[in-house]
Design a protein around this ligand. Structure first.
Ligand SMILES: [Zn+2]
Length: 396
């Protein structure tokens, strides 16, 4: 099909829009492939995309001319014709990625291959959003000064419930109903929940194409279900608030307004409650200490039990192939492996016990939120509109 397209005659007037879309679709497929598999050979790309080698060569040379891809000779393998490896262009499109969390923000630059660079970090008092975003805006402006129109999107990850592109609430940050004004005027901006974005990165980078339930403990527990590389976030984008499923103690209120939430049953707040101590100011740091404190062992085991039971419940609901644990969740599980395993097994429906989902620890580490923000950013850049505006900006 794509080969026929390459040699097709000029389209009749009125069909230009569709022809243009078709022209970009092969290019978008190739760019998305290079994004998912940096350094893929052109020969392999042709196979994966089901196009002839002539078409792959034509598309990649077009993208090279537009500074969207670069090609290097591939090391000879001894069989087949010489080919090239495909990479981000050194002058290609970039995204600014931002991570806003308790007491800290981070900003970095992401390229087509997902490589992060030029990271900047700031501390904040977190009670008012304006000064926080003011400081971030300065860091973003400094990046834009260096890269100009190469910046094609700004993507913000926030430790907050995000709904219809706004911050609805964040007990972690102490914010409610915050509109995040453009950090770089004139550049498209996206905003997402941190756990949702981290899970998107985990699924696409570590388990491409599969059904992945991602669960992460920081302050509370969050996550996302990613099915075939697409995050399932509901009608308004506020889905995946797994921390507010009633897997906790029905008598315990949650700052979200509900009671019995999982959020307050698996983290540092839960450990403190089990030990009869007041709610910690920094539940994350408190949990890190508790994980190695012999006096907190039983309290941590209760959290591991609650983690296992909830994960089983969600596995029953969502039917994932993989359950991936991020943040402090792997450590909670490791601190009381028997308690976790017993609760997970007991919570699974009988038929699932013979073939349970794989339980793994995420390997993305603390960059997970920025990597997820980069995924969301390039979902905006790698569209027909995004590429057309790239071509337009280069012409100016
Ligand atoms: Zn809640």
């Amino acid at each position: 099909m794509a080969q026929a397209r390459a040699s097709a005659p000029e389209p009749a007037p009125g069909r230009v829009g569709r022809a243009e879309a078709a022209r970009w679709s092969g290019a978008l497929d190739l760019l998305r492939l290079v994004r998912a598999r940096p350094g893929v050979t052109r020969a392999e790309a042709a196979r994966v995309l089901h196009v002839g080698s002539g078409t792959a060569t034509e598309i990649s040379s077009r993208l090279r001319a537009l500074d969207l891809l670069s090609e290097h000779p591939a090391p000879p393998t001894g069989r087949g014709r010489p080919t090239t490896t495909l990479h981000a262009h050194p002058d290609g499109p970039l995204a600014v990625v931002v991570d806003v969390r308790q007491a800290e923000w981070r900003v970095a630059v992401a390229d087509l291959e997902g490589t992060l660079s030029e990271a900047a970090t700031g501390r904040h008092g977190s009670k008012r959003p304006e000064p926080v975003f003011g400081a971030i805006r300065e860091a973003v402006a400094a990046i834009a000064d260096r890269h100009g129109t190469r910046i094609r999107a700004v993507s913000v990850s926030a430790a907050a419930t995000v709904r219809r592109g706004r911050i609805e609430q964040s007990s972690v940050l102490g914010w409610r109903d915050v509109e995040v004004a453009p950090l770089l005027p004139g550049v498209p901006q996206v905003l997402g929940n941190d756990a949702t974005l981290a899970g998107l990165a985990e699924a696409r980078l570590a388990h491409p194409g599969r059904s992945v339930l991602y669960l992460t403990i920081e302050v509370g527990i969050g996550g996302v279900y990613v099915d075939g590389d697409r995050a399932i976030t509901g009608a308004t984008g506020a889905g995946g608030e797994f921390g507010h499923a009633p897997f906790g103690d029905p008598g315990v209120p949650c700052p979200c307004g509900a009671t019995g939430c999982w959020d307050v049953a698996v983290d540092g707040r839960a450990v403190a409650r089990h030990l009869g101590e007041p709610e910690p100011d920094d539940p994350r740091a408190y949990l890190i200490d508790a994980l190695v404190d012999p006096d907190a062992r039983a309290a941590v085991a209760q959290c591991a039990t609650t983690l296992g039971r909830g994960a089983a419940g969600l596995a029953n609901v969502l039917d994932p192939e993989v359950v991936s644990f991020g943040g402090l969740a792997p450590e909670v599980r490791r601190a009381a492996p028997d308690a976790f395993a017993a609760a997970f097994e007991a919570g699974l429906m009988g038929f699932r016990r013979d073939d349970p989902p794989a339980l793994i620890a995420s390997a993305l580490g603390p960059d997970a939120f920025l990597l997820g923000a980069a995924e969301a950013a390039f979902d905006e850049v790698l569209t027909e509109h995004g590429l057309a505006s790239w071509v337009e900006a280069r012409a100016d």
